[in-house]
Ligand binder design. Sequence first.
Ligand code: ATP
Ligand code: MG
Length: 406
Amino acid sequence: MAEPFSNIFKESKIFANREVLSPHYIPNHLLFRDAQINNIVKFMTPSLRGERGRNLFIYGKTGTGKTSCMKYVIDKIRELPSLKAKISFVNCRIYNSRYRVLNKITSDHMPLYAKRGYGIIDIYERIINWIDEDGKVLIVALDEVDVVRDLDDLVYTLTRANSDIKSGGIMMVGISNKVSFKDDLDPRSRSTLYENELAFPPYNSKELGEILKDRAANGFKSGRIEGEAISLAAAHAAKESGDARLALKILSKAGEIAEEKDLDCVTSKEVNDAAKEADEEIAYDLVYTLPEHQKLIVYAIALLSGQGSKYKKLTEGTDTYIFSGEVYSRYAALADSLHREAKSSRWYRKYISDLEMQGLIVTYESGKGIRGHTKLIKLAYQPDKIKSIIEKGLFNETEATGEAAR
Ligand SMILES: Nc1ncnc2c1ncn2[C@@H]1O[C@H](COP(=O)(O)OP(=O)(O)OP(=O)(O)O)[C@@H](O)[C@H]1O
Ligand SMILES: [Mg+2]
């Protein structure tokens, strides 16, 4: 058989089960999350008993286990005998509007009805009648809820449903990794969604090490990865953000590198190479999916990091920090050259905190002495890399000329 085909079914020397190392895999036990899991269950208990509980909002940085814990809880709950509550888990990246979310609920629980393409009012009434039939409670978990386009409408509709329902009701569980999201909401939606709140802190290096060890034991063949290499992968991810997804990505990539090189064992060397690659991929994914104005802000930071005049940027070791005010002016100029209206400085501050939450930038407040108190910003990735990603993604779509980039 020709070489590329004969490799397809060749047994891996390194991996026992690649799937276990994938970020989509949900392990059957989640480490260091007992408190969060117990709290989710506690907040859901009234609904599980058939009384509508208060809504819950779960937040924390990316890769802190929010989705995994929610899915874990749902799986366990579904095993309970004679459960009165019905549950819909909605990935809002896919179901990103009120209509799509309501449709997802009907297709989860009334599949025959969902196929017919009804309008929103029909779907709404159908859901109400279905709940009213026997006074059931519906728990709707909205993962990545911040991407729902008409979220205020969705929250309003589900809240309104509760007053239209005679017995039973709907409990919402919102999940998000955006810090400033709460401030963006209409005050009414905010007080509705945040009736209860639950934070997921980032993992530290030791915790990530334990999570990786656990996964490596099933993902790698025995003796095919050095213990030191696992700790190093954990340390890399802890230094960046405490993100378990990144830690796993580094680990599985290191395995792939070892396999490509036909090595007997994954060592620290492969982990270091993998960390570099994973970093670039993550930057790419993050930047590529940013909304336009946030892309422009990141682009302004990348441009300034590469070329800022010496009294406007601060260099500490190899790190370059830029004044926030200067980033804003550059962003506004970029927006202008693309015939876009620049967002106000209030929005700008929100975007900056979102970008920091996503791990794309690092900020700190300067002490006294540098123009009083001001925010300093640094890119978490190499400026020239970020610059070229954005130039590909943004300027191809917006017919911009080189003008904007200068
Ligand atoms: N406590 C844990 N124990 C074992 N694995 C974990 C744990 N926390 C996270 N993971 C793993 O890390 C990866 C990312 O976790 P998850 O998707 O739950 O994060 P998240 O908080 O939802 O992130 P995002 O905000 O980006 O959606 C998954 O592969 C998951 O299995
Ligand atoms: Mg998630």
